[in-house]
Design a protein around this ligand. Structure first.
Ligand code: IPM
Ligand code: MG
Length: 370
């Protein structure tokens, strides 16, 4: 940050990543106009599968450094099923950014909104409000961030490494407890569940041991455990009982899609990836090339990720206007759903990307400031 000016690195990426990023930036702009006194400067960086296809590399020269030098990184979506590396995996520079920026805390809120689809036939589903905290730099994805970590034995066998380190896990669990504390102050349950597979894997027993150690420093926050398979079951049986769920990278990747599904679909799945020195904000959905450029994408996950970014910048800088702008976006979406003014096509509604964006902007303009 320089003279109250923030620099945001923006990677629109592939497919609907472009549409939803434009939507999020328009909404942030509207929130910025309302709170005043706030200046975000954008630096647009090329990266993704389309870029790879045209240029033989997944990020433009200098883009990785520029992203690291920014106050925050905003990302649309990256990847196209038709563009792959020789080994069959997709183009994913984002995984490298998670590692190089040490974005260990992947925050993925799962929140039910009124008039959005509830996939569970239980009225308590209206109260779903949890966060999946996905470790995002190691775990089983350790193998995936760069291509030389998988052990390929001819055409006969492939081994991948699941890595859990004490240093990252301590920070992750501390982040989980602090997040639960912050949510508790706003009426949350004040509880962290450690989701693991400690009954089978040494690495997971280690993950849980560190959870127990760190829990001692947070006596005001409840803590318990669940094996990941049972957690999948419980997310269908009683998701309204959970608050913060902390877990290894791959488990978090899987359960965060389940979470998105519980409250409508991936178009609601926002995400903040936070480290000690960097933050990256993206919706957790993919590039959906089948609907790209057709004005069909639900931009709300991306817009909500924008609100997470403003909240993050507020925490880092101590600037209240940023927090106000984030809250303005959150409350616009909340009241928009309450009044049935947000009807994404993703849920069978009549609003495409542009109409939804316009509606959120109108809601922000109508919101009375405290
Ligand atoms: C996510 C996505 C990514 C991941 C893909 C696109 C590499 O699924 O953010 O959840 O696997 O982490
Ligand atoms: Mg995923």
């Amino acid at each position: 940050m320089k003279n109250g000016q923030f620099r945001i690195a923006v990677i629109k990426g592939d497919g609907i990543g472009v549409d939803v990023t434009d939507a999020a930036l328009a909404v942030i702009e509207a929130a910025q106009r309302r709170v005043g006194n706030l200046s975000l400067g954008y630096e647009f960086l090329d990266a993704g599968a389309g870029y790879f296809q045209a240029n033989g590399r997944d990020m433009a020269p200098g883009a990785e450094d520029a992203a690291q030098a920014a106050d925050a990184i905003f990302l649309g979506a990256i990847g196209l099923p038709s563009v792959r590396h020789e080994d069959g995996t997709e183009i994913a520079p984002h995984l490298r950014l998670r590692e190089s920026c040490q974005l260990y805390a992947g925050v993925r809120p799962v929140k039910a909104y009124p008039n959005a689809p509830q996939r569970l036939a239980d009225e308590r589903a209206a109260g779903i409000d949890l966060v999946i905290l996905r470790e995002s730099t190691e775990g089983l994805f350790y193998s995936a961030a760069t291509h030389n970590r998988s052990q390929v034995i001819g055409d006969e066998e492939v081994r991948e490494t699941l890595r859990i380190t004490r240093a990252t896990t301590e920070k992750l669990h501390d982040f989980a407890f602090r997040l639960a504390r912050k949510r508790k102050a706003r009426g949350g349950k004040g509880h962290v569940t450690c989701v693991d597979k400690a009954n089978v894997f040494h690495s997971m027993a280690f993950f849980r041991k560190i959870f127990d150690e760190r829990a001692e420093a947070f006596p005001d926050i409840g803590h318990s455990y669940n094996h990941v398979d049972a957690q999948a079951l419980d997310l269908i049986r009683k998701p309204w009982e959970f608050d913060v769920l902390v877990m290894e990278n791959m488990f978090g990747d899987i359960l965060s899609d389940l979470g998105g599904g519980l409250v409508g679909g991936m178009g609601m799945a926002s995400c903040a990836e936070i480290g000690d020195a960097h933050g990256l904000f993206q919706s957790a959905h993919g590039s959906a090339p089948d609907i790209m450029g057709q004005d069909k994408a639900n931009p709300l996950a991306s817009i909500l990720s924008g609100a997470l970014m403003l909240d993050y910048l507020a925490e880092r800088s101590g600037l209240q206007v940023l927090a106000d702008a984030g809250l303005l976006i959150d409350s616009a979406i909340q009241s928009g759903f309450e009044a049935n003014r947000l009807r994404p096509m993703e849920f069978g509604g009549d609003q495409g990307t542009a109409a939804l964006t316009r509606e959120v902007v109108s809601l922000i303009e109508e919101t009375r400031l405290q």
